[in-house]
Write a protein that binds this ligand. Structure first.
Ligand code: N01
Length: 535
């Protein structure tokens, strides 16, 4: 290790995505001695890594952007209703330059170890490059979906063709013309990338283990009139979002599906389907808790999907039957189902014919051998806990986070973990995060954590640690809220079900961003009653 000289930082923030970047800005503005560490070579986080063609956000661009600076908000112009990855990345880059944040970061520094020193109440962080940094507080803004998984298929290392990951797509892009391409995985990433590949490739084979529901993204350029309207009403838009269930200004219907007439339900679903993005998951207030309400939504979606596909036997394979609609993340696509009408695209249903092995030249299933030049893995992430647990994190008395969380993750409001003083995790287990607009969520998270850091500095507090009972209570509450919904019925990544051996617990807080925010406000305004603050 090469320890950095000098006194420890007040706070080190790991990650240069939406959360980390805002945190570094917010901390610097508060006069804290702050350092950012980032594994990538530049800013962007999720949007730095996930450069696959077709990557696009499912929250409207004007909402999925920072609100902390009115000049920034008024001066940036989003070109499309749902922004694509290059535009989001250039926005993040613009923010980093505008607030001069890159100079506060060390890039290419993947943190591999974080150890707390009981005697000095400081953290020492070690990186893959062999460098070492010390800080009073550490903030893990390491992302919810940032630890990609490569499936453990027989022969997977032998493939001699081109191997690509949606989560680590080459910056320079990859030509697909004339190639025989296989895509493994039909979650949001696979569903977005496949139609683009299909347009170029000689042949595309989609390997599907579980189908997902997808809603078409009704993208369009913002017009000049839209731009003016957005600028004039931005503040109100944000005010509506700050305590809204999903941190966007869109409120769902208040009337339960079961209390509406068939015609009213149909109209509401048509409206939300056309609205696109993740909104279709929130047509009715009882849709995610009542199976009858959920069935209305499901039947509507199934009819829409069937209408797009010529061959109804292919449609049978593409329509999920194993989970209530929305209990796995609803995907958003541009021509996914229609793609299966193309002569160069075929679907392999792995439930009927599992992959037996990957060979140097292709994939062998139970029924056939498919020759491939390129194999794309869109196989998901060790969500929410993966990025933290891939780091050797040791808290007070050398306790390992992996051991502490062996029976499932325990946090208080997502931020605090008992036994891990002066450490905060952001957008973590126990927060609405993935269920909400991540950008406003990230602002809320960093505002809260850095207010606590500032409080500690002002009061001469050297050690802040959450009480174990508070974390247990919050974790129980989290599960209790989830158990009142249909979400616990699906084998989703929300439940940790996509990772072998991972404890099955519902990880996000499903009680809504506004409610969650009120809990956080109460803790802060009450002087942090659930934290042990030691001078
Ligand atoms: O990952 P996923 P993702 N053999 O876990 C399959 C966000 N996001 O990267 O379901 C064969 O959803 C796996 O099959 P199964 C969004 O929150 C948003 O697509 O485990 N298949 C599944 O089909 C999203 O939910 C956007 O049976 C294997 C797929 O791989 C989250 O990120 C865009 C396999 C993984 O799907 C994750 O999405 C992209 C194996 N061994 C991402 N292992 C937007 O639109 C795994 N699979 C904003």
């Amino acid at each position: 290790m090469h320890p950095e000289q000098g006194s420890p930082y007040d706070v080190i923030i790991i990650g240069a995505g939406f959360a980390g970047l805002y945190g570094v800005h917010r901390a610097a503005r508060a006069g804290l001695r702050v350092l950012g560490l980032e594994a990538g070579e530049s800013v962007g986080g999720t949007w730095f890594w996930n450069r696959y063609p077709g990557a696009r956000c499912d929250v409207e661009s004007v909402d999925y952007s920072y609100s902390f600076d009115e000049d920034l908000q008024q001066s940036w112009t989003w070109t499309e209703r749902f922004a694509a990855q290059p535009e989001i990345l250039s926005y993040i880059d613009h923010v980093a330059d505008r607030f001069d944040l890159k100079q506060r970061y060390r890039f290419g520094q993947r943190v591999t170890a974080a150890h707390f020193d009981d005697s000095t109440s400081t953290w020492t962080l070690g990186t893959e490059a062999g460098d070492e940094y010390r800080s009073r507080f550490v903030v893990f803004a390491t992302g919810c979906l940032s630890a990609p998984i490569k499936p453990n298929l027989p022969g997977v290392e032998t493939f001699a063709g081109e191997e690509l990951f949606t989560a680590q797509w080459p910056e320079e892009g990859v030509p697909m013309t004339g190639k025989r391409v296989g895509v493994i995985g039909t979650g949001s990433s696979g569903i977005q990338v496949s139609p683009i590949i299909a347009r170029e490739a000689r042949e595309l084979t989609v390997f599907q283990r579980s189908p997902n529901f997808s809603v078409p993204v009704p993208n369009r350029p913002w017009t000049e009139a839209d731009q003016q309207e957005i600028r004039a009403t931005y503040r109100q838009r944000r005010e509506k979002s700050y305590y809204a269930p999903a941190a966007t200004p869109h409120a769902g219907l208040q009337t339960k599906a079961v209390e509406l007439s068939a015609a009213e339900r149909e109209e509401a679903m048509e409206d939300r389907w056309n609205g696109g993005g993740v909104l279709f998951n929130k047509v009715f207030p009882d849709q995610n808790s009542d199976l009858t309400a959920n069935e209305f939504v499901r039947d509507f979606a199934v009819a829409k999907i069937r209408a797009k596909i010529d061959d109804q036997t292919v449609a049978d394979d593409l329509i999920p039957t194993d989970h209530p609609i929305g209990t796995k993340r609803i995907c958003t696509d541009s021509g996914y189902y229609e793609m299966f009408n193309r002569p160069n695209v075929s679907l392999v249903n792995l439930r009927r014919e599992a992959i037996e092995e990957v060979t140097p030249t292709g994939v062998r299933t139970a029924n056939r051998f498919i020759e491939l030049d390129t194999l794309v893995y869109a196989t998901g992430f060790d969500a929410m806990t993966g990025a933290l647990l891939r780091i050797d994190i040791r808290g007070a008395q050398d306790a390992r986070l992996g051991d502490t969380w062996a029976d499932g993750p325990v946090t208080y409001l997502g931020f605090g973990i008992p036994g891990f003083p002066n450490m905060f995790s952001i957008n973590s287990v126990g927060t609405p995060s993935v269920m909400a607009n991540m950008v406003l969520h990230s602002e809320q998270q960093l505002d809260w954590v850095l207010a606590l850091v500032e409080h500690c500095r002002a009061q001469g507090i050297q050690r802040a640690e959450v009480h174990a009972e508070a974390a247990e209570k919050w974790t129980d509450h989290l599960m209790e809220v989830a158990e009142g919904t249909l979400f616990v019925k699906a084998n989703s990544w929300y439940m940790g079900a996509n990772v072998e051996g991972k404890k099955r617990v519902f990880m996000p807080y499903i009680g809504g961003f506004g409610n969650y925010r009120r809990y956080c406000d109460e803790e802060r305004d009450g002087g942090y009653p659930n934290f042990e603050l030691t001078a």
